[in-house]
Design a protein around this ligand. Structure first.
Ligand code: GLV
Ligand code: MG
Length: 325
């Protein structure tokens, strides 16, 4: 291990994160009953400009009046380049800060963006006498944000998670895609050479680099990496494939832009019973090995060592978090 200690953000379950437009209060009660880990009430891109003010009022009322249970509650504010943003923070945190856990910042471009919101939050919390500190989730969804991702990730003690906003990221980088988070058949390799009779087309994942980079920046700063939206909610298999790829890379969760995607995210982002069982057996086997003075042993015909313990501990810890939720 490095001598440098990476402090971990607050431990929250973040397998599923449901987006609910602040302008659709009819959806709030139903959302509160879903088995979702995090809900973000949106003031940004799902809300038209002439509805922003009413959406803010809806959100304040809903945070105060609805029983959201143990869910983590977040509000996505407008970008720092809009005049809505300061009132989003001031009004929501002053009037509903007790029930608010996180602020989601869209299109974060630099560490100073984070500094600005951190400063504003600190002033409001101090003035109101709140003892709880509101955390920050950042959507990395511009070329600038991706370029500065490491500085953004380390910019505030409030930081909790980084999210891959694939739709805006595609727009910002001018990637050729028409779907939100889906695959593109043009991003493919052709097997073999010109003389081969049969040549296969193997699709690649055009978001692989961006998501991997986000996972590294998040983990190196003790934050949760979370994959963003998958737009086609009539394609659960496509959603699950995207969620599985994200989970394999190290993401802890994925957005749901429709209630039907919540269960899918929870399923894919939770360790399976077989994984948990194996993790528990690894811990037991290593405990026995240590008692016998050994650093590595075999389990089910495979080598396990201290690195296996760390992986198994992560798995068992996640299983406990889920059981307690
Ligand atoms: C999310 O905000 C996205 O742009 O994908
Ligand atoms: Mg976006």
């Amino acid at each position: 291990m490095s001598f440098f200690n990476v402090e971990q953000a607050a431990a929250r379950l973040n397998r599923s994160e449901l987006a609910i437009p602040g302008s659709q209060p009819n959806m709030f009660e139903k959302a509160a009953k879903l088995p979702v880990d995090v809900i973000f009430l949106d003031l940004e891109d799902a809300v038209a400009p002439d509805e922003k003010e009413q959406a803010r009022k809806n959100i304040i009322e809903a945070l105060n009046d609805i029983d959201w249970g143990k869910k983590t509650m977040s509000v996505r504010i407008n970008g720092l380049d809009t005049h809505y943003m300061y009132r989003d923070v001031v009004d929501v945190v002053e009037q509903a800060g007790e029930r608010l856990d996180l602020i989601m910042m869209p299109k974060v471009g630099t560490a100073s963006d984070v500094y600005a919101v951190d400063m504003l939050l600190t002033q409001i919390e101090d003035a109101k006498g709140y003892t709880k500190r509101i955390g920050l989730e950042h959507i990395i969804e511009t070329a600038l944000g991706m370029q500065n991702i490491n500085e953004i990730a380390g910019a505030s003690k409030r930081n909790e998670s980084l999210h891959f906003g694939v739709a805006d990221y595609a727009a910002s980088t001018r990637a050729r895609t028409t779907s939100i988070g889906g695959a593109n058949s043009d991003y493919a390799v052709l097997t073999g050479g010109p003389d081969d009779d049969t040549r296969d087309v193997h699709w690649g994942d055009m978001w692989h680099y961006a998501l991997s980079r986000l996972v590294v920046a998040a983990r190196a700063n003790g934050l949760r990496p979370v994959d963003g939206p998958f737009g086609d909610f009539s394609d659960p298999e496509g959603y699950k494939a995207a969620a599985r790829r994200a989970a394999v890379l190290g993401c802890e969760g994925k957005w749901a832009i429709h209630p039907s995607q919540v269960d899918l995210a929870n399923e894919i982002m939770s360790p399976s019973a077989a994984d948990i069982d194996r993790a528990e057996r690894i811990l037991k086997a290593m405990e026995e090995a240590e008692a016998a003075g050994k650093g590595a042993v075999s389990l089910d015909g495979r080598l396990i060592d201290y690195a296996s313990i760390r992986q198994a501990e992560v798995m068992v810890h996640k299983a406990r978090q889920i059981a307690d939720s």
